[in-house]
Design a protein around this ligand. Sequence first.
Ligand SMILES: C[S@@+](CC[C@H](N)C(=O)[O-])C[C@H]1O[C@@H](n2cnc3c(N)ncnc32)[C@H](O)[C@@H]1O
Length: 253
Amino acid sequence: MKIEEYLQSLPRKIISGDDVQLPTHAFLDIFKFVKINENDVFYHLGCGNGAGVFIAKEEFNVKKSVGIDLDREKITEAKKTLAEKKMQNCHFVNEDILYSKFDDATVVLFWFTDEKIIEKMIEKFKQLKKGCKIITIWGPLLGFLPDKVNFPYIINEVPFREAKDLQEQLLAVFDKRCIDFVTAWEYAERYTKAISVPQSENDRFLTIIQSLIIWINAKNLGVACGGKMPPAIKNYIGILRNFFNIEVEHLLK
Ligand SMILES: C[S@@+](CC[C@H](N)C(=O)[O-])C[C@H]1O[C@@H](n2cnc3c(N)ncnc32)[C@H](O)[C@@H]1O
């Protein structure tokens, strides 16, 4: 089956990302990377159970830590934890991020993949204070060059720097002149390790899929190294087809 059909067969809330919660080690890595500190006002957009909001306050002592989420149950859970922890300057808001206010933010965590949401949010982010850092995961804000990358974590700082095209954006993220199999694999592995729980058993399967997607995107954008398909990519496409019945080759333009 085509990979699109395989993805459709997975639980909807996993694919939409709504039931995906970052693990503690990811929050710690993100906050160290962005050098968050007591002068920062932190917003987690789509905060889920609020774990990131608590870590920012408890471990990094930010001035204010706010979580916004559309899901009422998740915000109720976060508020319950907040009451138990009796923490000051920590807030949770049950709102759609498209309509919420966060103009005092200095650091924003924004892990969304829906292009319609991203495009609308970029317009809101542009109005934020100069120097405000927007952290995304896997890709930078659409159309802009990243200011700092520790893949899969990416920082875009206000005011944003426009990218000439997708190629320039991709090469800035990977810090390479072209993408070969080794780069695709290394970055896929970093992503898998960053967002999964430790000792997750399907890490290898995810890394194979992610690395193929990175390489195929690079090839389609004309930034894959060399003209031919590397043997390792060919092998992994075959493994997915023969052992998992998942087809990705049609994604190549
Ligand atoms: C980690 S975020 C990422 C999910 C996102 N859908 C994606 O594309 O990757 C998941 C959280 O965002 C929340 N969420 C989704 N859409 C939202 C919105 N428009 N406003 C506020 N929270 C939202 C979900 O309830 C969930 O707790």
